[in-house]
Design a protein around this ligand. Sequence first.
Ligand SMILES: *Cc1c(COP(=O)(O)O)cnc(C)c1O
Length: 229
Amino acid sequence: MNPDLQANAKEILDRVRSAAEQAGRNPDEITIVAVSKTFERALMDQAYGLGFRVFGESRAQELRQKSETPFPADAEIHFIGPLQTNKIRQILPHTHVLQTVDRKRLVNALAKELEKQQRSLKVMLQVNVSGEEQKSGVAPEDASALLKHTISTYGLQPIGLMTMAPYGADESSLRDVFRRLRELRGELQEEHQVDLPALSMGMSDDFEIAIAEGATHVRIGRALFGTRE
Ligand SMILES: *Cc1c(COP(=O)(O)O)cnc(C)c1O
């Protein structure tokens, strides 16, 4: 067992718990997505041994390689990276939730493959709340149309929204981004009469703020596994 991993895990669980309690929320509502991209499969297995069940991967090829040894049946992989349509078939067998649906073309390509395989897939819409040009994600004003399309398309089950906050922004801007995602979720639920329980927001440096603003999924890489190469 990697001693740092064990210590980091304990610290993160404590911090998630106290952030939830401070916000008057039940810590059990919050899923830690252990972002294992770039880290070895062996480290994921150790994290599983410490109780983590949900892992975040962002590269199709890497996910396929790590899946050569099957994951335990109760482990869950969330794909959190940008997804090209030609990689769909590579990730589908190993992905439980796709957090990065951001365009109609991707929805259509996913539906085509899902229909072929007669299966469904839980998805989140990735929203570019901060409007930074280099970020992927649907613009907030286009999220409603994308959700409508997703709902009406074969096999995709929308369960919520995901966003990435601007890197290195101050606390109040971060809070603003997270709050806007939560408000958008409320508007979309109302407009489309669907349940969107999941709000995936917050990473190693800002997950406590995200929890205060309603995050149900925090995506934590470095704070758990250590610095990435
Ligand atoms: C890498 C990544 C994370 C985790 O980032 P850390 O800073 O390592 O916690 C979260 N979300 C997405 C989409 C990522 O690509």
